[in-house]
Design a protein. Structure first.
Lengths: 297, 385, 88
């Protein structure tokens, strides 16, 4: 290879950070920051990203970052955006980059409060489906049947339907995304950037150590999540529900791969019984009925 | 040549006096969450914002934790901010209080002091305010509504001073000051503008991106805490300097402590907060009885004015510290601070715990205690039940 | 430039904030350029943003920081990337 050729692009989220091998967070942040631009403030609560963002000796982010207490990210973001407006930075974007714990559990009150006030912030929840930073404990976004250190028999409860809950807050934009479909994710970030008010993106972020799969399979698993219909790609813009990408074909059950294709690759589902697998398949099918109903509205 | 100072005076309850001071300080972002006894302050601030008298963003947050989080975020981004709370709310926002103190962000918060549950209560004592003494915040308490107004303005100036850069908590007694109307001399708006120059502190700069508050390795953490300690120590002289400047503007004298007839006193009360007024009345009555009584009022609780306490109390025959807060398993909080300041000296210190949960305390209570001390009938720690 | 007061915890952007993460590898991705079709899927999917797209549109792995996760090898449609054992 010629040594005099230069890279076409410097990433917006630097390499050599503390993320696990195969962790999609640095890639997800690079796509996000590339789309949002330099005038972005990231608000990051306690999560894997806190550690990935390094210590006082240096951070991989190339935009201002405000580290937040676990429960407070949406509120800190609200304060930042109001102050930026007061000082005239009307085109600056304040983005919360929070895990599932900081969004659906401890951060739920401040999330719901900021959404109800329709604060002008973009909230991206990267969902690795457990409290991964503290060593794989279950959260309300852990799926049914998954092994975690606090649910060694498999989680009994089903996943909290967070995107739908956020849509019911009547905010202007809600979307789901998967790192396996980066252009779909990128397009949603781009669209969210143009909208004012509270925008919510729920991003699937597979975790090799937490979900128990080989680090090379991150993209494959993120793809199967969508292809089995477990993780539908959609956006809800001012109440109007729209499937995006390959999910557009999934209203017809025949086009959805059976959930077992997704589950069998992950060690966290290795102890599922036939009955549990059927429960999961049924829950997915039921969710798609609800999606069909939302589209009709 | 006689110079006549024309002063503007208003009749204001404590909450409205603080709201008036906040309005004059021109904060850009406010976060409000109601809690008794601070609610009428926030209502007044809402009126100011809604009428346009105060041009600020008001965030009607969903909890006190979010209130402190919101003003923290806004303060980082260059805005002058304000919030207020009490008791349970102050406890709920404690995580963010430490967050702001540790990150050294200039914020002003007013605390309408109120006792802490359980048992359930809405009435006044100092337990909530005192419980934040380790959080790297400057803490000041007002004796009356005039002080509440004055200290609020001073708080904005102190927190933003480049030699300090610390959040400031202004405490004033719930109901006793918040809901009591007094004659308050207020500064003119242009005078406040000259006293409070535009804020410079900002950590959000898109051309120089920084991460605010990342993980600190142990060595670095220790060093950061050391710098915070130095900032706290430095702030003592800065506060004195700013208070002298305020005196030129207002004609009212302020200092870290206030000595009331204590220079030649043999027996000295030490108090903080509104009941200092009751203590002053008691001092006068005791003087009439022939007892050489005095009062040392603590105005700035953090940083604790150790040197002043030593200076004024060293030669006393007896010191009686009145506490409206208690550290269970240890002793009165102010009493412990005073004893620590007098370490090595022989001054006898007595601790009186009174007024918890809003229990009424009057000059006669102060009087009786000092009479008991003079007659050698006072125990080391007395609870007035 | 921001004026940061002394002793306030902040961090500035830095490549390699966790050190030379290339040392983490036990397997190393080798690109067989004769099989590479310049589709850029490896560049798109590398979780660590560690594969650079060169001006001539070929990918180049930054071995200083590549953690050896194997995603590039898994997504490459022509199997032009081979994970080779690398134990020091």
């Amino acid at each position: 290879m010629s040594l005099i050729t230069q890279p076409k692009r410097i990433p917006k989220f630097y390499r050599g950070n503390a993320a696990c091998p195969g962790c999609p967070i640095p890639r997800e942040l690079d796509i996000l920051l590339e789309e949002l631009g330099q005038k972005t403030v990231l608000v990051v609560p306690a999560s894997c990203s806190t550690v990935i963002l390094g210590d006082t000796s240096g951070m991989p982010a190339t935009v201002p970052v405000v580290h937040s207490a676990f429960a407070a990210s949406a509120s800190i973001a609200s304060g930042i955006v109001r102050a930026l407006r007061m000082r005239g930075d009307n085109d600056a974007i304040v983005t919360v980059w929070a895990g599932d714990g900081g969004t659906a559990d401890i951060g739920f009150a401040s999330l719901s409060g900021a959404a109800e006030r329709n604060e002008d912030i973009l909230y991206v929840c990267y969902d690795n489906e457990a409290y991964m930073n503290t060593g794989i404990q279950r959260s309300s976004l852990t799926p049914h049947g998954a092994w975690t250190t606090t649910t060694p028999e498999g989680k009994r409860e089903f996943k909290k339907p967070l995107p739908f809950i956020m849509a019911d807050h009547k905010i202007p934009y809600v979307a789901t995304a998967s790192v396996a479909y980066p252009f779909d994710y990128q397009a949603k970030v781009r669209k969210a950037k143009q909208i004012h008010g509270f925008r919510y993106i729920h991003l699937l972020s597979p975790c090799p150590p937490g979900w128990r799969f080989d680090s090379s399979l991150t993209v494959e698993i993120a793809k199967l999540a969508v292809d089995t219909g477990i993780w539908p790609l959609f956006e809800i813009e001012n109440g109007e529900f729209r499937l995006t990408g390959v999910s557009k074909t999934h209203l017809d059950k025949k086009n959805r791969k059976p959930v077992i294709e997704y589950l069998k690759l992950q060690g966290r589902f290795s102890k599922l019984t036939e009955e549990q697998i059927k429960e999961i398949q049924d829950a997915v099918d039921e969710m798609w009925e609800e999606i069909a109903a939302r589209i009709k509205k | 040549m006689v110079q006549v100072l024309k002063k503007k005076a208003l009749a204001l309850v404590g909450n409205h006096a603080v709201a008036y001071a906040v309005k004059q300080a021109k904060p850009q972002v406010l976060a409000v969450y109601p809690i008794t006894p601070q609610t009428t302050m926030l209502e007044k601030l809402s009126e100011y914002v809604s009428s346009g008298e105060l041009k600020a963003e008001m965030i009607r947050v969903e909890s006190e934790h979010s209130a402190m989080a919101a003003v923290y975020g806004a303060a980082l981004s260059g805005a002058r901010v304000f919030t207020a709370t009490a008791s349970q709310g102050l406890l709920y926002m404690t995580e963010m209080i430490y967050w702001a103190g540790g990150q050294r962000v200039p914020i002003v918060a007013a605390v309408a002091t109120r006792a802490i549950a359980e048992p359930w209560t809405i009435w006044d004592d100092h337990q909530d305010f005192m419980s934040k003494r380790d959080a790297i915040w400057i803490q000041m308490m007002a004796e009356n509504v005039q002080e509440a107004y004055d200290l609020t303005l001073q708080a904005f100036r102190i927190s933003e001073d480049e030699r300090v850069i610390l959040p400031v908590m202004m405490g004033f007694d719930g109901f006793i000051l918040t809901h009591t109307m007094e004659r308050v001399e207020v500064l003119e708006d242009h005078e406040v503008d000259s006293f409070l120059p535009p804020r410079k502190f900002n950590l959000i700069d898109f051309s120089d991106p920084v991460g605010v508050g990342p993980i600190a390795q142990p060595d670095e953490y220790m060093r950061i805490r050391f710098e915070a300690m130095k900032a706290m120590e430095r702030s003592k002289s800065v506060i004195e300097e700013i208070m002298k400047e305020y005196e030129k503007l207002s004609g009212r004298k302020y200092d870290l402590v206030e000595c009331y007839k204590c220079e030649d006193a043999k027996y000295i009360f030490v108090t903080i907060g509104a009941w200092s007024g009751d203590a002053k009345v008691a001092v006068d009555r005791l003087r009439n009885e022939g007892i050489e009584a005095g009062l040392l009022k603590i105005r700035v609780f953090r940083p604790f004015p150790k040197e002043k306490v030593q200076e004024y109390l060293r030669s006393a025959k007896g010191v009686i510290v009145f506490d409206r807060a208690y550290s269970f398993g240890s002793g009165g909080i102010l009493a412990n601070e005073v004893k620590a300041s007098l370490y090595g000296l022989q001054t006898p210190v007595y601790s009186v715990i009174a007024g918890l949960g809003g229990k009424d305390v009057r000059p006669l209570h102060f009087q009786k205690v000092m009479e008991d001390l003079v007659n050698e009938k006072l125990e080391e720690e007395r609870w007035i039940l | 430039m921001i004026n940061v007061p002394e002793g306030i915890p902040i961090a500035r952007p830095k490549i390699g904030s966790a050190g030379k993460t290339g040392l983490w590898r036990v397997e190393r991705p080798e690109i067989h350029y004769d099989k590479c079709t310049k589709c850029r899927l490896c560049v798109l999917y590398c979780p660590e943003n560690t594969i650079d797209l060169l001006e001539n549109l070929y990918p180049q792995i930054d071995y200083n920081y590549c953690k050896g996760c194997g995603v590039c090898a898994q997504v490459c449609p022509t199997k032009a990337i081979e994970m080779v054992k690398e134990v020091k």
